[in-house]
Design a protein around this ligand. Structure first.
Ligand SMILES: [Cu+2]
Length: 148
């Protein structure tokens, strides 16, 4: 009879851990043009990784990039804002999670251009090597993570 209450306690702990994981969905605003199909695919990747996306379809993506300091060197198709950071292009969700966890003093992170094999740019088995770059307000950039 002493085993049963302990079992119940463990079950409740497991249940609570599950509830907390659901709670941490992070709000993100995404700007993309109506003609961009790979942007929509990246959105699916982001949504399936527990981000709560506000999807803004606009013809003015360049205006948005100018507003948030995304230079031509960093530019890709879509621009997203999460917790004050800029996310430019096909950045994998795990890099965004790393950014939000470590909170570095940066303007944002980017995958410039549209490398094949990035989330939303799946082309069969074709994978270009690519870097996720971090950038600051002075337009200095560094490698944030590397996919070879
Ligand atoms: Cu794209």
């Amino acid at each position: 009879m002493k085993v049963l209450p302990r079992f119940l306690t463990i079950s409740l702990l497991v249940f609570n851990a599950g509830v907390n994981a659901e709670d941490k969905a992070v709000d993100m605003v995404v700007y993309r043009s109506p003609s961009c199909t790979c942007c929509g695919k990246w959105l699916e990747h982001i949504k399936s990784n527990n981000f709560n996306v506000k999807d803004i379809v606009t013809e003015e993506v360049q205006t948005i990039k100018n507003k948030y300091g995304v230079t031509a060197e960093m530019a890709s198709c879509h621009t997203a804002i999460v917790n004050g950071y800029v996310i430019e292009g096909h950045v994998p969700a795990n890099d965004i999670e790393k950014l939000l966890k470590t909170k570095p003093k940066l303007a944002g992170i980017a995958v410039p251009g549209m490398p094949k094999g990035t989330p939303g740019m799946e082309m069969g088995g074709v994978k270009d090597p690519y870097n996720v770059l971090s950038f600051n307000k002075d337009n200095q950039y560094e490698v944030f993570s590397s996919y070879q």
